[in-house]
Design a protein around this ligand. Structure first.
Ligand SMILES: [Zn+2]
Length: 406
């Protein structure tokens, strides 16, 4: 029995530390979660799927109507939430190139290709951590479940559409790269927000908030998915790894700062003042001995007064912590975020003789679209395209290609 408990503990520890070790760090509005941006390291998915077969165990019946002539700009009348936050610009002397919020190229607004691609149904295998089984879901149906789990349906409709397209591109990028198949029995994606993306069924939502709310929310998200059916962001002709996060303070973060690899569409841009939103400000406090214990595995030696332990905090151009020296070791801000479970790497540290506190601004890794930033932009009149082009530099909006699912 004891042996099994140890094995279980080791497995749980592996599950928790693996994402950290590989620098997974994504936050959704609901959970903190992870991305691996290490690139296209695996081969394309080999298995082909019978596109007419539904998995009877799961609800894949509500197929979205085929729409081959999509106009993203025609559906902005469903604003539910009307936050009137002002877009504020600060740090304008910042050396990093930051396009202004709303500074989008309107000539590209009608660039969506008029073609029938995307009309065909595609299926994706999604490992369900709750049931331990793999679901075969129609891709667009899967996207509904992801967005359902990611943002409130009370968000402005344009922000929801932006989230739908970001979630779709991100999922397809992962399907093609196959980089997430490890850890969920060969399925392309899983339901863990800490690994792939969260995924809610209507029943999941109903269990939390009741049938009526679940139904109403589902219909809003489904409408946004239908209105943007098959549209993804691409970079150099392939679906982009369009990660997103809950909120940022002033600027989003570049991919290279967080994960070390440079993706030209994931660079730092401005984001509106998101400080009124949920969990924007965070505080993590621990005793000096708890702090010490969390660093013991890194071999940090700490003696004397805790007020002398932390030195040399270097911040990067977006105000996030680039490096921090604790005792005789130097960590990246991202390492500290993972190790102490901080909401963001934009933090200030304060120490007393007994406690260490981290005060954070923003929620998540900071890369790609800020979900609350998107919400503010939408409430200020930006379209889904404008939001996406703001947060993902140089992407194109295209229809999915059938070969991407092979
Ligand atoms: Zn996964």
């Amino acid at each position: 029995m004891k042996k099994y408990l140890i094995m279980l503990a080791v497995f749980v520890a592996w599950c928790i530390t693996l994402p950290m070790a590989t620098n997974f760090a994504k936050a959704s509005l609901i959970d903190s979660s992870g991305e691996n941006l290490s690139g296209f390291e695996s081969s394309q998915i080999e298995e082909t799927q019978d596109s007419n077969q539904n998995n009877s165990e799961y609800d894949t019946s509500s197929q979205i109507p085929v729409n081959s002539d999509i106009d993203l700009t025609d559906e902005s009348s469903d604003d539910v939430s009307k936050t009137e936050s002002e877009v504020t610009e600060s740090h304008t002397d910042n050396p990093v190139s930051h396009p202004e919020v709303g500074d989008t190229t309107s000539k590209e607004e009608s660039e969506l290709p008029n073609q029938s691609a995307g009309a065909q149904l595609h299926y994706v295998n999604v490992y369900n951590h709750k049931t331990g089984k793999t679901m075969k879901l129609e891709f667009e149906e899967y996207i509904i479940g992801v967005v359902y789990a990611e943002i409130p349906s009370s968000f402005n409709y344009e922000a929801i559409k932006a989230q739908v397209i970001a979630a779709r591109s991100y999922a397809l990028n992962n399907i093609i790269s196959g980089q997430r198949e490890r850890g969920h029995e060969g399925a392309s994606l899983c339901t863990s927000p800490g690994h792939c993306s969260g995924y809610y069924t209507k029943a999941d939502m109903a269990a939390k908030y009741g049938d009526e709310f679940a139904e109403e929310s589902y219909n809003i998200i489904k409408k946004a998915v239908s209105a943007t059916r098959g549209i993804v962001m691409t970079y150099e002709g392939m679906p982009a790894n369009t990660v997103f996060h809950a909120s940022s303070s002033g600027f989003t973060e570049s991919c290279v700062e967080v994960w070390g690899n440079n993706l030209p569409y994931l660079v730092s841009v401005t984001t509106p003042d998101e400080s009124n939103f949920y969990a924007f400000y965070g505080k993590t406090t621990m005793t000096a001995s708890e702090f010490k214990a969390k660093l013991s595995s890194a071999g940090v030696k700490l003696t004397g007064s805790p007020t002398t332990w932390i030195t040399n905090i270097k911040k990067n151009a977006t105000g996030r912590v680039d490096s921090i020296t604790i005792g005789d070791k130097t960590f990246t801000g991202e390492e500290i975020r993972s190790r102490f479970g901080l909401k963001s790497t934009k933090f200030k540290v304060s120490t007393t003789e007994t406690n260490i506190s981290f005060d954070t601004e923003g929620y998540g890794h900071g890369v790609g679209m800020s979900q609350y930033g998107a919400e503010i932009m939408a409430s200020n009149g930006s379209s889904a395209q404008q939001i996406l082009r703001h947060y993902y530099t140089g992407v194109k909006l295209e229809h999915v290609k059938d070969e991407w699912f092979k």
